[in-house]
Design a protein around this ligand. Structure first.
Ligand code: URA
Length: 287
């Protein structure tokens, strides 16, 4: 950017940025993303050698299909059921991520592995990794959609307005941050707060599955439609999915899981709070 723009042009440019979903400045100088040509985000990344990456880990999931572009991973977190074809890049990213995630034996290790992981394109536009908030081990694990602007700046999930409402929802059933583990289906903010693509969710999923194994919750709560689809492996909308217990297979465990409405939706649609309250009561009674 040069200073040949006058004030009106700069204001018009800022308006355009805002319309395109840019709502935070993350650096002193702009990145020219077009300068890297057709190279995909993370293209320069190479997976650690197998011996280095996975010395002793026990498998989280059954072996993946060798067919290019087709993942044998299930919809949702059950790795045993077939899922729709995904582009080869995403499938490769998932396989590499699974190898790395399996080798990790602690949440600290998982965070370090995520910091080093370049297989999810969201990382290249995000400011910070958003790993989790709350207790390292908890009976209830809340899984949301994706970090937003506040989370991207803080490096923690659900710290903005929606997160504050989530905290109030938890308090309503006697839970605090110290009682729960809160994360998302992707660990980096999608530009402009768009919904993560299936490929982005797929590349993060091995880490999420490992995170669930390490946290060892008694139940999972998917927060909002995108998380519900990913966690429960379902195609229906959130209004159909919410409020019903299911079981999801994660590694060797079957874990009860329920979906509820996203607090960001509740902020826009206060009348839906009564539905969310019914879901919260289900969670409370299961505890
Ligand atoms: N919405 C989410 O789904 N996750 C967050 O971390 C913040 C807002």
């Amino acid at each position: 950017m040069t200073n040949s723009y006058d004030k009106d042009e700069m204001l018009a440019l800022l308006d355009w940025f805002q319309a395109m979903g840019v709502d935070a400045a993350v650096g002193e100088m702009p990145h020219d993303w077009l300068a890297r040509g057709d190279e995909a985000p993370g293209a320069g990344f190479s997976w650690p050698e197998r011996e280095k990456a996975a010395p002793t880990a026990r498998p989280v999931a059954p072996p993946q299909s060798a067919r290019p572009g087709v993942s044998r991973s299930a919809p949702g977190l059950d790795p045993g059921r077939p899922r729709a074809a995904t582009p080869l890049g995403a499938s490769e990213a998932e396989t590499g991520a699974r190898r790395i995630a399996r080798a990790v034996t602690s949440l600290e290790g998982l965070e370090a592995a995520l910091q080093a992981f370049d297989g999810c394109g969201l990382k290249s536009t995000a400011t910070k990794l958003c790993f989790y908030r709350g207790a390292p081990q908890a009976d209830v694990m809340f899984i949301g959609e994706a970090p937003g602007r506040d989370e991207d700046l803080a490096g923690k999930p659900f710290v903005g307005r929606a997160g504050q409402l989530l905290d109030k929802m938890l308090a309503a059933i006697g839970l605090s941050e110290a009682d729960v583990h809160i994360t998302n289906i992707v660990y980096w903010r999608p530009p402009g707060n768009r919904t993560p693509t299936p490929q982005e969710a797929l590349s993060c999923r091995p880490f999420l599955e490992r995170q669930i194994e390490l946290v060892a919750p008694k139940m999972l709560v998917a927060v909002g439609g995108a998380a519900a689809k990913e966690v429960l492996g379902a195609a229906e909308g959130i209004m159909r999915l919410r409020g019903k217990w299911r079981e999801v297979q994660v590694g060797e465990r079957k874990i009860p899981a329920i979906a509820t409405l996203h607090p960001a939706y509740l902020l826009r649609t206060p009348a839906a709070k009564q539905l969310a309250w019914m879901d919260l009561l289900q969670i409370k009674s299961k505890l």
